[in-house]
Design a binder for this molecule. Structure first.
Ligand code: HEC
Ligand code: HEC
Length: 463
């Protein structure tokens, strides 16, 4: 990544303005201006290509790159993993590679979107007036967690957990934004007030998120209904949300209109967004002040600026869709070294109740390799109350301060920190931080022998 990335630890996420005003396709920049510039990414892509074992894909079964087979004994690979037939065949040391079996043209589109994802914006492109970071990749490096992050602020009650009804102290929303561009002089910083709780959200991994988008609604509803009959307190719920963006005129993935309610939230740490294109538009707006036809207004800011150096909407819809194209096609990194014993312990300790190993995708999902398959996502996409210690004071749609979407256990071997704010530096710490509704499961985990606990954690670490 080049140039002007700021080193500010910042914030983002637009819970800010609802797209309403300027409609503007008129000011869409020439996409050419915003093609990825000379590229560290290129080098990365070349490295990826070198490492990729093309097994099933492209029918080149015979082509095996030296070293690929040394990555894990075939017997141990994915043996215990449901949906093994849909598992990516690519095993690499780079996390964000395309799903196997995509048409060749999609691989090109993937690289194009990958480049845009890592592209840093400049003030002349429409960055700001306030922003957190200048590229998606700054917070989702190689599509994994961080290093960039977002600071959130919330007014909480005396318990320091429950969100107060009155959030008016935070006139410019819940996100700290310290990057200044286009004449802005005043950042959004937390007010000095004991009732304001400040927390961190690291950019979560975006690996395998196409699978999450493809999961059938009925599957999520089924799992929620099953959990509702449990007697051990492990009970999640769907975050029903309202679509807040302008429509995407490419209707192949959804046809949501502003105000469409009762949709199943899937994306974001509290499952507040329904689709990947919407999340992309939201991130452009909230994290960078890059407006798009789906989210055409600048988030409110203390200087009262309503535009930046690029008049009107900063990026075309095409730009949003190209980035979403990439996000939808990032593989679930191939799992290496999963054991049947680890899988059995994962179920015995009831981790699998929330981290559901596999969910069925929609038959009509537009990406053929993701349609009607068992997606090995290790989440239920439901909100769970994990107790006060991990609460952030924030509400997101119907999600409460203590509630979080079950983290998909995808690509954990590429991560050095765990949980939404990276508070855990080991898997053991991550597990022990589960409280509340996960209590029964964590008690089972604690009751395991040392050897079994290690085997379980090794399994999770390989996911
Ligand atoms: C300043 C850091 C930052 C930047 C820049 C950023 N993100 Fe994120 N991203 C986050 C955080 C933090 C979350 C969790 C947000 C939430 O809980 O709502 C997130 C969540 C996501 C998710 C949802 C992942 C999931 O598991 O549900 C997607 C998809 C995503 N970002 C894509 C993007 C794209 C595309 C861009 C660029 C247009 C981008 N992000 C820019 C920090 C960032
Ligand atoms: C009640 C539902 C529930 C149960 C049961 C549960 N988890 Fe979780 N798990 C979650 C939620 C919700 C999160 C996200 C918390 C956060 O990000 O702060 C999470 C996060 C994690 C993470 C961090 C992932 C990441 O990307 O940072 C790991 C690792 C994990 N769980 C492993 C386990 C294991 C192992 C078990 C069984 C011993 C287990 N969980 C049981 C709901 C659950």
């Amino acid at each position: 990544m080049r140039g002007e990335r700021t080193d500010r630890a910042g914030s983002s996420r637009a819970e800010g303005p609802r797209a309403s005003s300027s409609s503007g396709t008129s000011n869409e920049p020439n996409a050419k201006c915003l093609r990825p510039r000379a590229k560290p990414e290129k080098r990365l892509l070349i490295m990826k290509t070198i490492f990729i074992c093309i097994k099933g894909a492209l029918g080149l079964a015979a082509l095996a790159v030296a070293g690929c087979s040394s990555s894990g004994s075939p017997a141990s690979q994915g043996a215990a993993d449901s949906g093994a037939d849909t598992e990516p065949q690519t095993l690499i040391h780079a996390a964000d590679v395309p799903i196997d079996g995509l048409p060749a043209a999609d691989t090109k589109g993937f690289d194009d979107g990958d480049g845009l994802f890592d592209l840093p914006f400049r003030p002349a492109d429409g960055l700001g007036p306030l922003y957190v970071r200048t590229s998606c990749g700054a917070c989702h490096d190689k599509a994994a967690r961080g290093p960039g992050l977002v600071q959130k602020m919330a007014v909480v009650g005396a318990d320091e957990v429950t969100a107060s009804a009155d959030q008016s102290l935070l006139a410019y929303g819940h996100t700290v934004r310290q990057g200044l561009a286009a004449g802005a002089t005043t950042p959004i910083v937390p007010p000095i007030d004991p009732s304001v709780k400040i927390t961190t959200r690291l950019g979560p991994p975006v690996l395998g998120r196409g699978y999450l988008e493809a999961i059938a609604d009925a599957e999520i509803e089924r799992v929620a209904a099953e959990q509702a009959t449990r007697t051990d307190g492990i009970r999640g719920r769907i975050n029903r949300v309202t679509y807040a963006s302008q429509p995407n005129s490419d209707t192949s993935f959804h046809q949501h209109q502003p105000g469409d309610a009762n949709l199943i939230g899937r994306f974001g740490l509290k499952a507040r967004v329904v689709s990947l294109d919407d999340f992309t538009a939201d991130a452009f707006q909230g994290d960078m002040g890059m407006t798009t036809p789906m989210r055409p207004s600048e988030p409110p800011n203390p200087d009262g600026l309503t535009d930046d150096l690029r008049a009107g909407v900063d990026l075309g819809l095409d730009h949003v869709n190209r980035v979403a194209f990439y996000l939808r096609r990032i593989a679930i990194p191939r799992r290496v070294g999963l054991t049947d014993q680890g899988r059995a312990l994962f179920e015995q300790a009831e981790c699998s109740v929330c981290h559901v190993p596999s969910l069925r995708t929609r038959k009509d999902y537009p990406i053929a390799v993701l349609a009607d398959v068992d997606a090995p996502v290790f989440t239920d996409l439901l909100l769970h109350d994990l107790g006060p210690a991990i609460a952030d004071g924030m509400t997101d749609g119907s999600a409460l301060s203590t509630e979080w979407r079950t983290a998909p256990l995808i690509g954990l071997r590429f991560m050095k920190t765990f949980l939404h704010d990276g508070r855990a530096s080991t898997l053991l710490d991550a597990v022990l931080a589960h409280e509340g509704s996960a209590r029964a499961s964590i008690d089972l985990f604690r009751a395991l022998s040392d050897a079994d606990r290690s085997a379980l954690l090794a399994y999770v670490g390989a996911l």
